[in-house]
Design a protein around this ligand. Structure first.
Ligand SMILES: O=C[C@H](O)[C@H](O)COP(=O)(O)O
Ligand SMILES: C=C(OP(=O)(O)O)C(=O)O
Length: 361
């Protein structure tokens, strides 16, 4: 029992507390069935094999900067599935299905936090909507990738995810490194917004070992989590500090840092964010440079990330205007036609790289 005096000091800046559903209850209503569980496991294994270069395809994490309209995201998934199938000899396509947005200052924090897009913060609906879409995307036959931002959310959705990211703004956070050490899928660590790569390398090392920290268990009960460490951590180069870092020299420098840290020499290039100057029209240029590096035999590049949606560009969330269908409300995205062309070009580059590799004995 708290004392009346305690009530004068606790939660002085909490306006309202609303009960949150539990992971177990959400899974009960939206279960991952045996077929989908197999698909997630197969997706994680496939990503792991590309990261370990046991599979010489290129990992491509592609999809909207954020999901704000599940119907549009599902239409996108349907189109992506067709291209992913067509290019599956050369590309391992994972759809970006991002529900948690880290903000530089303030802004919409994503569909889990605010599914009404109006600041009403109905997290229970957000979690339900997010999980339902994740299952729908899996049913279409695509592996899913997302960023883990809030340390509570993985228990609600992580069973559907084949590839995860710790973002540029949280890669230095002990909380996120601990979280990554216990996540069941490979985790990409973004370089910091100021361009620091060594911070992400430190994150890979930190997440690679066991940790003990407070969390919640599947029933939603506070629990002490003892993790095993995540051996599938890898670096994601997203540019920063006003400079891109996707070029051959930057990639070589990043691989040197990884080698010096005793980590596998592998990077994923994020074609968006500071590598594109947040201008979606630059993403094909980044992808073309990456394709040229692949074609020249660069094996250290194991993947690429593209921000892409049905329509090119972005729009502001404006309560006085109807939103344009299939257009990002966070960072500007490639439109669908350009995306399909970029993927086709990347597949050709992955094929050319294969031809430069020694034939297995
Ligand atoms: O990927 C999305 C954004 O780059 C990220 O959430 C930061 O956005 P902001 O700088 O507009 O807050
Ligand atoms: C926020 C993102 O990226 P970064 O952390 O690199 O800014 C993102 O990929 O949505």
């Amino acid at each position: 029992m708290t004392t009346p005096d305690a009530h004068r000091v606790i939660d002085q800046r909490i306006d309202r507390v609303v009960p949150l559903t539990t992971p177990a209850l959400l899974h009960h209503h939206l279960p991952l069935d045996a077929t989908l569980a197999e698909a997630v496991l197969a997706g994680r294994r496939a990503v792991g094999r590309v990261l370990d270069r046991a599979d010489d395809r290129l990992l491509v994490v592609v999809g909207p900067c954020s999901v704000h309209d599940p119907a549009a995201a599902l239409e996108y998934a349907g189109r992506l599935r067709e291209v992913a199938d067509r290019l599956s000899d050369d590309l391992l396509v994972v759809m970006r299905v991002y529900f948690e947005k880290p903000r530089s200052t303030v802004g919409w924090k994503g569909l889990i936090n605010d599914p009404g897009l109006d600041g009403s913060g109905d997290v229970n609906t957000g979690l339900r909507t997010a999980r339902a879409l994740l299952l729908d995307v899996l049913r279409l036959g695509l592996p899913v990738g997302c960023e883990f931002l809030d340390p509570i959310t993985p228990q609600y959705i992580a069973d559907t995810v084949a590839w995860g990211a710790i973002g540029a703004r949280t890669v230095e956070s002990q909380v996120h490194r601990q979280l990554a050490s216990g996540l069941s899928m490979p985790i990409g660590m973004k370089n910091r917004p100021d361009g620091s790569i060594s911070t992400a390398v430190d994150a890979i090392r930190a997440a690679g070992v066991p940790h003990v920290f407070p969390g919640i268990d599947f029933s939603g009960t506070p629990a002490i989590m003892h993790t095993r460490g995540n051996a599938d951590g890898h670096l994601v180069l997203r540019g920063g500090g006003g400079r891109p870092n996707y070029d051959a020299e930057s990639v070589a420098g990043a691989l040197d840092l990884l080698r010096a840290a005793g980590l596998p020499e592998r990077v994923v290039i994020d074609a968006s964010h500071a590598n594109s100057g947040k201008d979606h029209r630059n993403q094909p240029k980044v992808a073309a440079d990456v394709a040229a590096q692949l074609a020249a035999g660069q094996r250290g590049i194991v993947g690429i990330m593209l921000e892409s949606f049905l329509q090119p560009g972005r729009q502001d969330l404006d309560p006085t205007r109807e939103l344009e269908y299939g257009k990002s409300v966070t960072d500007a995205c490639l439109g669908w036609d350009t995306t399909a062309q970029v993927l086709t070009d990347l597949a050709a580059a992955a094929r050319t790289r294969r031809a430069t590799l020694p034939t297995p004995a």
